[in-house]
Design a protein around this ligand. Structure first.
Ligand code: SAH
Length: 302
């Protein structure tokens, strides 16, 4: 800001640092280079962000809220409820901070950490506009993924923003009955409504859709579920990410056996659906959604 005097600029640099996040902890995976960061906000609350290294570049998974109010049964981030929304600056700062800590550029951003991004819509959009601005990090919208538990009117609004962002839907079930057992949000919005909005997103943006499906033993991992899922999403230009659920100590959900995961995948493939089993990045460092933050909070409360 050359419209401010040099002295004032220097003073501001000292007194108002642009970065507000403070590093509390960083866990480095010995397996794949994933780093999980715990950051403290100005008001002493903590959030987590994850750096993942891929052959195509560095990807950062950011949090969009402190805690979450969506209540998914298998998720550690939702146990204490939502504390507050994150500001656009606090979302950006997770990326800036990780770039300055590693000295490496971040090329991809996934909004898949703690929080429901569409429950903090306006701040999310400001964050994305700054992230993709030539005066900001100038990130291509194509390198951004936003993951949602499925809020139809927000998905439609997002389609109207005119940005080619990849949208991921946390599906986790082949029908609304099973989905309701895992995700309270399914009691509010029927799956057919969510999928209609998802299709609308595809028609508006042309972006291939992503479905996340966490496999939970005995709940959504039967062969019949794979067949039902195939029927549900047949004809959509989409990709399914199978994620063996990451068990959290507060709930007794178990991960499906790898044989089961494989046969689930085979059935989808037979139905000509693009599917991958998500590599469990950083499994040795509590990198599943919200686990590091939760264990930090547990050990810091009396
Ligand atoms: N609220 C958004 C984004 C955050 S959660 C959403 O629901 O998509 C990111 C992804 O991690 C979601 O697909 C979520 O369902 C999944 N997830 C959360 N906890 C998990 C766990 N313990 N094991 C496997 N996947 C989990």
């Amino acid at each position: 800001m050359t419209n401010l005097s040099k002295d004032l600029r220097e003073t501001l640099k000292e007194s108002e640092p642009l970065t507000v996040l403070e590093e509390v902890d960083a866990l480095h995976s010995q397996k794949d280079g994933t780093v999980k960061y715990l950051f403290r906000l100005k008001d002493d609350r903590v959030i987590e962000s994850v750096l993942m290294k891929y052959h195509y570049g560095n990807s950062v998974c950011i949090s969009s809220q402190v805690g979450c109010r969506m209540g998914c049964k298998f998720c550690a981030s939702t146990i204490g409820g939502k504390e507050r929304d994150l500001l656009p600056s606090e979302m950006l700062d997770q990326i800036y901070r990780i770039q300055s800590l590693t000295g490496e550029r971040v090329s991809h951003v996934v909004v898949m950490g703690t929080g429901e991004p569409f429950d903090n819509y306006d701040n999310l959009m400001r964050f994305i506009r700054i992230l993709t601005d030539p005066n900001g990090l100038d990130l291509s919208a194509r390198n951004i993924t936003v993951s949602t538990c499925g809020i139809p009117d927000r998905i439609r609004a997002f389609a109207g923003e005119g940005l080619p962002i990849t949208l991921a839907l946390s599906l986790h079930a082949p029908n609304n009955e099973i989905r309701k057992q895992l995700m309270p949000v399914a009691a509010k919005y029927d799956l057919s409504e969510v999928l209609d909005a998802f299709r609308y997103y595809y028609n508006k943006t042309g972006r291939r859709l992503t479905f996340e499906y966490s496999l939970v033993e005995g709940i959504n991992d039967e062969e019949e579920h794979a067949r039902e899922l195939s029927r549900l999403i047949k004809g959509l230009n989409c990709h399914v990410n199978l994620i063996p659920v990451n068990p959290i100590k507060e709930r007794n959900f178990r991960q499906s056996e790898s044989k089961r995961v494989q046969s689930f995948k085979n059935i989808l493939e037979k139905n000509r659906i693009n599917v991958t089993i998500r590599r469990e990045m950083g499994a040795d460092i509590n990198a599943a959604c919200g686990q590091l933050r939760k264990s930090y909070m547990d050990s810091n409360t009396v």
